[in-house]
Write a protein that binds this ligand. Structure first.
Ligand code: MEV
Length: 333
């Protein structure tokens, strides 16, 4: 059957949250992650001019344009992931075209829901549709991961896996394992600290500290890995009180990191306050999610309203989300 020539396509991916195993996953330990029902959309269209035009109103970019011959040059921060993904796709598949790209997100880039990885995945998928090049999920993962590493130098790729596969995933660094789990109806509550954390900064600080005390950190990572294995089983059993307890244990280890701060490790005062408020309001457990210092905390509990109120009263902002089970999706073409 002859395929239709596609000129324009819209795809979307979910945001993500780390449930267990942050930081340790960068050092070859597993983690547990989930995709969220707040999505990022990319519309891409081939154009006849030798240019890439980008409009990303959420990032306050209305009419960015760059000539195809300049794709190799250093790019502004806001459009780096889009352009690097395009460049990598063109190089890998030996294709090229002018493009008009529009991005739109249902979630704020401040939350740490993974907008950079989501946009990278979307761009690769839109291009595979526009150029009619069939890509398996793992091939999209590998190209998106390469793109993120080109820009950031470090990252486990868990956020890319969540954007592509959706649901709840057991993940090992670099996509060595991407195992979708049968987990439903997690009583998950999310609270934004009001502070945008710089993942790469925090990861760098931890790495530096780790080089000074390798045994200390390897021990912490091993403890986290054990918690991840237990949490995987308890989540598959929907044993939420047990999962909550494991969240508290994971948080306790994250406090023992000696960077960025001696007092809180990769946690922080505001994270601790939101966790304490959630636990007081009846959560089974709570922890930071992601690199730490800011971004969001997650809590597990049946009393969603009470826990969200407690987060609000402690100067956090509850973010109402559910788990997304669709992952990367074509919206229209
Ligand atoms: C950041 O969201 C989680 C880290 O483990 C980094 C990563 O896995 O890429 C700190």
């Amino acid at each position: 059957m002859k395929k239709n020539k596609r000129k324009k396509v819209v795809v979307s991916t979910p945001g993500k949250l780390m449930l267990f195993g942050e930081h340790a996953v960068l050092y070859n330990r597993p983690c547990l992650v989930c995709a969220l029902n707040q999505r990022l959309f990319v519309e891409a269209e081939k154009i006849s001019e030798d240019e890439i035009l980008i409009s990303a109103p959420d990032l306050k970019i209305l009419d960015f344009s760059i000539s195809l011959v300049d794709l190799d040059k250093e790019q502004p921060k806001e459009v780096r992931f889009v352009l690097e993904a395009i460049k990598n796709f063109f190089q890998t598949y030996k294709v090229s075209s002018g493009l008009k790209i529009k991005t739109e997100s249902q979630f704020s880039a401040e939350y740490g829901f993974g907008s950079s990885s989501a946009v990278t995945v979307c761009i690769i998928k839109t291009l595979s549709e526009l150029f009619q090049i069939e890509m398996k999920k793992k091939e999209i993962f590998d190209l998106a991961y390469q793109t993120v590493l080109d820009i950031q130098g470090i990252g486990s790729g868990f956020d890319i896996a969540a954007a592509i596969y959706g649901g709840v995933i057991y993940f090992l660094t670099g996509g060595k394992i991407i195992e979708p789990l049968e987990v439903k109806d997690i009583p998950l509550i999310v609270g934004y600290t009001g502070i945008k954390a710089s993942t790469s900064e925090i990861v760098k600080q931890v790495k530096k500290e780790m080089e000074r005390a390798p045994r200390y950190y390897q021990n912490l990572y091993n403890q986290i890995a054990k918690i991840v294995e237990k949490a995987k089983i308890e989540m598959e059993n929907s044993n939420w009180p047990a999962v909550g307890k494991l969240m508290n244990e994971n948080q306790e280890i994250l406090r023992k990191f000696r960077a960025p701060s001696i007092e809180y490790g990769v946690s922080s005062e505001i994270i601790e306050k939101l966790i304490e408020a959630s636990l007081k309001a009846g959560a089974y457990g709570a922890k930071l999610s992601g690199a730490g210092v800011g971004d969001c905390i997650i809590a597990l509990g049946e009393n969603r309203e009470g826990i969200e109120k407690a987060i609000q009263e402690t100067s956090g902002a509850p973010v109402s989300v559910e788990i997304d089970y669709q992952g990367l999706k074509i919206e229209s073409f």
